[in-house]
Design a protein around this ligand. Sequence first.
Ligand code: ATP
Length: 444
Amino acid sequence: MEELVALCKRRGFIFQSNEIYGGLQGLYDYGPLGVELKNNLKQAWWREMVFDRDDVEGLDASILTKPNVLKFSGHEDTFSDPMVDCKSCNQRFRADQVPDHCKEDDLTEPRQFNLMFKTAVGPVEDKDSFAYLRPETAQNIFTNFKNVVDSTSRKVPFGIAQIGKAFRNEITPRNFIFRVREFEQMELEFFVVPGTDDEWHKAWVDARLKWWDEQGVSDENIELYHVPKDELAHYSKATVDIMYKFPHGLEELEGIANRTDFDLGSHSKNQSELNIQAAVMENNESNARLATQNLETKEWCVPYVIEPSAGVDRGVLAVLNEAYKVEDLEDGKTRTVLNLKPHLSPIKAAVIPLKKNHDGLVEIASNIKKNLQQLRLGRILLENSGNIGKSYRRHDEIGTPLCITVDFDSLEDNSVTVRDRDSMKQTRIEISKLSKYLEDLILN
Ligand code: ATP
């Protein structure tokens, strides 16, 4: 973990937030390379979940959330962790995460601590003017159920996908970007006919495992955890957690829950007419019926929902951890390399003129950069540093799959030397064939 954190800072992937003022615990900023990696991971998820399927719509809803949403979802009552204070070191910990140096006798009795952040909305700050920062993206998928159905004419089974920020006032944020207070989630709420839910649940677990494998998170480092009944969240009939061997231990990367008809049922009006199976709080505040009607029998049915919910930041950490290698080279030296899948690499190719500021070489290199950039595959970098060895080392370390060197022969033969990150092999390629070469590599 220390090596990863150091690499992330040194190369501009991830910085501690508010660092020049001493930092703020549990917050991180994504730097020039981190933002590209994170965007690429989110894009890969969106492509798979929305574009490649015919049964999912997207959504981007607000972060500020009306208290009623999180009242009827159950978060106001249950979204809390038991917490203890240590009288010796004066720090506060989650009851199940007290460090070794605190003695049992010094700890207070556990108390419930709600994890949701509040803020005031509008000019007057009083008990009625507050809103929450959403603790998960899921809830405003449910509150938009009717809007999406009415505007798209979707019939179950279908899903609504959303990527966005979520906020939790974690008592003990730790392990770099694993447990933070502001993070991003990639969530799908997939609505199904009750009775088909077990089957869909299993299908989604399989689909999600396949996707993580395609992002380079190998199944050797993954274990499935079938959450036992007594540990299930209040809304869940069954949950399977995808556990990943993070540098600090085996922990949750994504959870896939069968939330039954709890959420749509909870946020509905006229609940007694809807044949809701889950135990929901009586709701006299909602003005919508979040259900579908059988037009022949006129009967209402609240769909069940399967929810694959993944953390973007935990995904970035897993992807970096998988990709990070220190290799021994033949000459006795070592090199650090990120074997990122090319579609995730922050920089897709670096174009390097052999001699810095040499007009002819820089002109060719700039043209190559421009042409490759127009393929819209991601960022292409012109690296006018004049130090090929150093450039190769840097691009190995940040996971750039290709380095393209423009040398003096290029002026004569319209070809360049392409160096492959993983094999370190160098190949001479005609400039006119570079686009196809890069496309094959990235889109593969
Ligand atoms: P944990 O038990 O680790 O606190 P959770 O079960 O509360 O996680 P969920 O509510 O299921 O997490 O949230 C779905 C996903 O959101 C998690 O699988 C994780 O990837 C991500 N996530 C949740 N909390 C955090 C956090 N504090 N920091 C980063 N990612 C988080």
